[in-house]
Every structure is written in C-alpha cells, then in structure tokens.
Design a protein around this ligand. Structure first.
Ligand code: FES
Length: 148
C-alpha cells in the first residue's frame, strides 16, 4: 500500500500553523519533507506529531534550537512516541524549574528598583557594580548565568 503524503496546506490547517511556519521549521531542520515529481513539498503524516511537540515546547518557552537538539537525540530522527514525549517533558521540566528559580531571584532583586529608577552603578542590584564582570564577557553576564 502506497504511503499517504500530505500537501503543506493540509498539514498547516490540521496543525493550526501557517504554511510559512512549516517552511520555517523545515529550514531550521525541525521537520522534513519530500518532493514530488513537480518539486512540490509533501509531508509524511507523522510530521503532525512533530509539529504538535514543537508547538507544545514553544509554549513552554523552549527555544527552537533546544527543540532541534532534543529531537536530534531520538534514534533516526524519528517522530517522538508517547514514551519519548514523557522523557522530553521531564528534561524540559528541569530546564523550566531552573528558569523559574532564576527568574524568581531576578524578580526578588528587582524589588528595590520598583519606583526607584536610579540605575545607580553603586547601589542598584540590577546593575553591574563597578563593572566587576567586564572580564567575564559582554552583555548581561549575571542574567545569562542565571538563565543557564
Ligand atoms: S533602580 Fe534604583 S536601586 Fe535599582
């Protein structure tokens, strides 16, 4: 029996995404298509499960790069099974817990700044006092550390 391949419009409609999102996911290596004789994209029906996982992960704030890395850990880049999803969800739950702790610490250090607005290099806890972290690299070094 011949494999049923889906046209992009049908996949997009059933997944609740735009066709351009399919192209974007494909460009990022998150999903794959084949081409028919007319060089038009066709998708295996399993792509819908992959897209559902991508959307769920995005709703959790997981970056597309992280999603790609996680999907790449599946044997033969296969579509996640229910068991795979449970394992991925557990990994992402730990990442989310780390982020929640980092954001809570950030929120708590922001309390003194609310209604202040001084951005004093000496007194503001959100600021990089005396630029002590300059040697650690550019940007918000502390914030980046808290987020990883
Ligand atoms: S803005 Fe004044 S303490 Fe942060």
């Amino acid at each position: 029996m011949a494999e049923v391949l889906l046209v992009p419009g049908k996949v997009a409609k059933r997944c609740g995404v735009a066709v351009s999102a399919l192209h974007f996911y494909e460009q990022k290596g998150l999903i794959h298509s084949s081409r028919n004789a007319g060089n038009q994209r066709r998708y295996h029906k399993d792509v819908m499960r992959r897209i559902a996982l991508i959307k769920a992960a995005q709703n959790l704030g997981i970056s597309l790069e992280e999603i790609k890395q996680t999907l790449a850990t599946l044997p033969d880049m296969r579509t996640p099974t229910q068991e795979d999803w449970q394992q991925l969800a557990q990994q992402w739950r730990e990442r989310l817990d780390q982020r929640i702790r980092a954001m809570t610490a950030l929120r708590d250090s922001l309390t003194g700044c609310i209604g202040c607005g001084c951005l004093s290099m000496k007194n503001c806890p959100m600021y990089n006092k005396d630029d002590e972290l300059a040697a650690a690299g550019p940007g918000a070094v502390l914030l980046n550390r808290r987020m990883t």
